[in-house]
Write a protein that binds this ligand. Sequence first.
Ligand code: ADP
Length: 298
Amino acid sequence: MTKRFLSIGECMVEMAPAADGNFGMGFAGDTLNTAWYVRRELGEDWDVAYFTAVGNDAISNRMIAFLDASHITTGLIRRIPDRTVGLYLIQLDNGERSFAYWRSESAARRLAADAEVLKSSLAAADLIYFSGITVAILPPSERQTLLTAIAGARANGATIAFDPNLRPRLWEDADTMRNAVMDAAAVSDILLPSFEDEASAYEDRDIEDTARRYAGQGVPVVIVKNGAGEMLALDRGNIQRFKPDPVASVVDTTAAGDSFNAAYLASYLRSGELRPALEAGAALAARVIGRRGALVVD
Ligand code: ADP
């Protein structure tokens, strides 16, 4: 029987500078990036679906067509009339990338507006993946709707994976972010934080601090990513440390964490073993940071 990996969040239009001074259009977003890589990593016995909300307009249709062409199931995606998808533009200034966003009124912010639709969309999922960005973009009253639906799916047997992906600027204030992320952790089975972000938000002194803070919320498996540094996995009380192989030339770290999560989860879902999953995650992330862009084809 086919199993379902369901990723929840926001996919945006990406405008990236090209060599000729024009901008090239693509589609990306943290939870979409992970779904896109998971689709490539998992076999045909898994359906990989994306849950979000888009508009009824031409650019929303193009986004759906892109997901369809990437073999990501789009049937659950909500259509919100009078809204459209968010957009970000990458600017290059002496080789340094900066991002400008147009997303404050995006359709994806309404993805949890209907609790019943949300509940039925999550019902058939075996693994549900979401991130701190998924939670941050929702109106505060709908954050709880999302966590309640996820907790309900978990009670019915789904495994929940969560990447805090801390982005202070998306939140009203730092306390709201810290509390909401801990609430999301409390309904999750697998946590995939990145140490640098966690240390600045929660004042964790080291990777073990981060892992134990989330384990304290009852999370069975915590994988603390740490850039080029040593990672830590805390699996039901057992600690493993893992150092990724050095990458000779780092071209663009966009989607390093998203692709790590994808290969880690795909491997973990196949074998249930920690070490090969960490190796798979680090190997894919190493390939992704060796190329430009979020979605790297080979
Ligand atoms: P995020 O992109 O979420 O901030 P990290 O920077 O921690 O996440 O990176 C995610 C993963 O990408 C790491 O766990 C590691 O496997 C890999 N990675 C990132 N930077 C490097 C690097 N300089 N050398 C080798 N691997 C890296």
